[in-house]
Design a protein around this ligand. Structure first.
Ligand SMILES: *[C@@H]1O[C@H](CO)[C@@H](O)[C@H](O)[C@H]1NC(C)=O
Length: 365
């Protein structure tokens, strides 16, 4: 056994000696790090590294999280052509230079969460044509330059939540045509410009909650075709216009509109929405629901803390409540005779037109 190991070590030494280049790729695990699988996985988690270590070309996963690396210069990983997964969370990175990831043509996962990134230079993501998952959440990014994501034609998930982005300009996601999940929660977005979402028309999940939208960005949203989940919670949006969700209405299953100060829907706001399962409207200032809202598909509805006006205009809601297994909290705010009563217990609806079939039958017998 010892003999075999010795022979192997000698062979390695010979190979190293024969290697032609002056800076042969290291064939050892970098100091302070530990490695697995024939140096394919290099783990240097929280070991005080200030520079990116040299690793073997066979490295597929490099985990450098929690090291004070500072900024990422051009071609920081140039000799790591086989890298598939790169972990750089909590590395105090402030700036990502142009061509920072030069040569990483096989990279699929890039983790840059929880750094101090304010600027991503033009061309920063060049060469990342295979990248599928990009995590930039928890940074200080205030603006995203048009075209910066363009090399990433295979990008599927982009996490930009918890940054300081103020606006989505026209063409911002140009090139990222396969993007399916876009997380923008917890920014300062006050405007989503028309044309900003044109290139990502296949988005399935769009999170825009905890931003500063005061008007619904109808022109930009109308380019989306297959959104299944949309969150707009905690934006100061008081009104939702006609056909707000029409372009993806057949696909939308989850819609979060809670905690917004929402006062009113246009009557056709839910035009084209036919598959909704989960709708969250709690903590708003709503008095009524629009006639375009088809409740029959909904199984998860929250309505608490609004200003519901318990008149016949809420008959459809009451019908849904009578049929539903769910018992959402929803208290009448007006008229004064109903104030404080749960909608499901209020007696005003018995005199309204359009009672349920069940109720009509019951009334005849
Ligand atoms: C309803 O939706 C909320 C928010 O998405 C979720 O947390 C909850 O589990 C759902 N409830 C049911 C019964 O599906």
């Amino acid at each position: 056994m010892l003999c075999v190991r010795l022979a192997f070590a000698v062979a390695l030494l010979v190979l190293q000696a024969l290697a032609p280049t002056a800076r042969a790729a290291p064939s050892q695990c970098p100091g302070l790090c530990h490695c697995h699988g024939d140096l394919q996985h290099v783990i240097c988690d929280n070991v005080g590294l200030k520079k990116i270590p040299q690793v073997s070309e066979t490295t597929r996963l490099l985990n450098l999280q929690r090291n004070p690396l500072g900024s990422l210069a051009t071609a920081s990983f140039a000799d790591m052509k086989g890298l598939i997964s790169l972990h750089l969370q909590h590395c105090k990175i402030q700036e990502v230079a142009g061509q920072a990831f030069k040569g990483l043509k096989k990279l699929i996962y890039l983790y840059l969460s929880d750094n101090e990134i304010t600027a991503i230079r033009q061309g920063a993501f060049d060469d990342l044509g295979e990248l599928t998952y990009l995590y930039l959440d928890g940074n200080r990014i205030s603006g995203v330059t048009k075209g910066v994501f363009a090399p990433m034609i295979n990008l599927f998930i982009l996490q930009l939540n918890d940054n300081q982005i103020r606006e989505l300009p026209t063409g911002v996601f140009a090139g990222a045509k396969d993007l399916r999940w876009l997380h923008l929660s917890g920014n300062e977005i006050a405007a989503v410009q028309p044309g900003s979402l044109d290139e990502v028309e296949n988005l399935a999940i769009l999170h825009l909650d905890r931003n500063k939208l005061s008007t619904y960005p109808l022109a930009a949203m109308s380019k989306l075709r297959v959104v299944e989940e949309l969150t707009l919670s905690k934006n100061p949006l008081t009104f939702l216009p006609d056909n707000a969700f029409r372009s993806f209405g057949r696909y939308m299953e989850k819609l979060h509109l809670d905690n917004m100060g929402l006062q009113k829907f246009a009557d056709g706001a839910f035009g084209g929405v036919t598959a909704l399962k989960s709708l969250h409207l709690d903590n708003n200032k709503l008095k009524s629901l629009p006639s375009s809202l088809e409740l029959s598909t909904i199984t998860n509805l929250t309505l608490a803390n609004n200003l519901w006006s318990c008149t016949c205009q809420l008959t459809n809601l009451r019908k849904w409540m009578d049929m539903s297994r769910q018992r959402p909290d929803a208290v009448c705010s007006s008229p004064s005779t109903q104030r404080g009563k749960q909608i499901r217990d209020s007696n005003v609806f018995s005199r309204c037109k359009g009672k349920t079939k069940r109720a009509k039958k019951g009334a005849r017998h």
